[in-house]
Design a protein around this ligand. Structure first.
Ligand SMILES: [Zn+2]
Length: 460
């Protein structure tokens, strides 16, 4: 039976429809969008809120959620504390988890993502093998657990099994990387195919291709992988750290993005994660290629990566999405404003986002992150809401002090520059509430399982 939702407003690509009635079928697919109720018989749910499309989290390493805050205590002030020391802590945690524990952590994380307004996540997944570094009987065992976690929480997932071959440019993998490794492109393509098979169990899942970084996979293996896989989104960590740029210069005599652009046919299916350290030519090169950048400001800030040259990139038509990466922060509003504030702080100017959207920074940030985010998931649709699409939305509470007193034109900027999780009434996926009033609908049972898992791991 159809159901009608009444909202104070629904954000369409052409602007707000206020009020708005959305009709969904039993599968949560949109059948009608109208500014008045056209049915006298359907069940109606009146929601005091403004619905916007669910946020797209284009970069996640689920297991790292369990280490949030653990790498922030530094008893020895004489030792270096940087990305590379953080990586040691991360490796130790990656080595410690069995598949059940991995799944419970991911389930908690995805439940929390839903309560923050994300409805889809791209999982950049590289912990493939058992604790001894041997293949599981089911090659994509760990990826299957991520899909199961997404299904339990109710979030859409793009599983990106990661090709991880080396310990650094021209170096054999290290002992602590043993769970990550595919020795050859053939090994990786087998893993990709097993992962694709695993997505058949959950209708809201699909796969992408992942190259961990230029330091982790050699040129010929990247070539062989890309030759086999033309239709999928391609994710790669690139130029996150200065040391990575120096190592790439030493190995290839070119900077990472420079080398990538000179060596491969980089196009709109590429999603370059971080891309922090770029010269002017590289910025133009990415923008002209149509490739996207995935930015993770809270993690990049936490790791001391650097600030992506967003304003220059955008002036050249560059496109970007956001991700929560290590999950030190899970708030999409914070990711967007940190991105903008990084530019404001370095240029001493305001409104660094706006190049269209009638000067509305809030709308611009939301639109860019959503559209590029959808592409990062392998989905080309551009309509926020349309007949025939799944009804996935996050609903802004109409009764917070700022929203209750705002005209529709100020709602998005108010949300993005002053909001947090308490600004949301809830998150809908396929026309079902997955989170309400700041909590996932199964929060208590998921938390209980998560607490047991963390207690067993003894990491916190
Ligand atoms: Zn990452």
């Amino acid at each position: 039976m159809s159901k009608i939702w009444k909202f104070d407003g629904l954000l369409l690509n052409e602007g707000w429809m206020c009020p708005c009635y959305v009709t969904t079928n039993e599968q949560g697919i949109i059948e009608e969008i109208a500014d008045k109720n056209t049915s006298s018989s359907a069940v109606i749910e009146v929601v005091s809120g403004y619905a916007i499309p669910g946020f797209q989290n284009a970069h996640s390493h689920a297991f790292q959620y369990a280490m949030s805050g653990l790498a922030e205590i530094h008893p020895d002030p004489t030792s270096a504390d940087d990305f590379w020391s953080w990586r040691e802590t991360m490796y130790n945690i990656a080595l410690s988890m069995d598949p059940d524990q991995f799944e419970h952590i991911a389930t908690m994380l995805y439940a929390e993502m839903l309560s923050h307004g994300y409805t889809h996540v791209a999982e950049f997944h590289y912990v493939h093998h058992n604790k001894d570094g041997l293949r599981y009987d089911h090659l994509a065992e760990m990826g299957t657990r991520l899909i199961a976690a997404a299904q339990t929480a109710g979030i859409g997932i793009t599983l990106i099994p990661i090709f991880y071959q080396k310990g650094g440019f021209g170096q054999a993998p290290g002992f602590k990387q043993k769970r990550f490794i595919s020795a050859t492109a053939k090994d990786y393509l087998e893993l990709l195919s097993a992962s694709e098979e695993a997505t058949k169990n959950y209708s809201r899942s699909n796969v992408g291709i992942g190259i961990h970084s230029l330091r982790a996979v050699d040129q010929y293996a990247i070539q062989a992988t890309l030759a086999e896989t033309k239709r999928l989104p391609i994710h790669i960590h690139i130029a996150e750290q200065l040391k990575e740029v120096e190592d790439c210069l030493a190995h290839y005599q070119q900077r990472p993005v420079e080398w990538l652009l000179n060596t491969f046919d980089v196009h709109s299916h590429f999603h370059l994660v971080h891309a922090t350290h770029l010269n002017k030519k590289e910025i133009s090169g990415i923008a002209q290629s149509g490739a996207h950048v995935v930015l993770c400001p809270s993690t990049e800030g936490n790791l001391g990566d650097g600030i992506f040259p967003l304003s220059t990139f955008q002036q050249q038509g560059g496109q970007w999405s956001i991700g929560t990466d290590s999950h030190i922060g899970l708030n999409p509003l914070e990711e967007l404003r940190m991105l903008d504030y990084g530019q404001r702080l370095t240029t001493h100017r305001r409104n660094q986002f706006v190049s269209y959207a009638n000067g509305d920074s809030g709308l611009f940030g939301l639109d860019m992150a959503w559209k590029a985010g959808r592409k990062a998931m392998g989905n080309q649709e551009e309509a926020y809401f349309a007949i025939g699409q799944s009804f996935d939305a996050v609903v802004i509470d109409s009764q917070t002090p700022h929203i209750a007193t705002s005209s529709p034109q100020h709602i998005l900027a108010t949300l993005i520059y002053s909001g947090d999780r308490s600004s949301f009434k809830g998150t809908l996926v396929r026309g079902i509430w997955k989170a309400k009033d700041g909590k996932h609908v199964s929060f208590d049972s998921i938390l209980s399982q998560y607490k047991k898992t963390i207690a067993k791991l003894k990491i916190r």
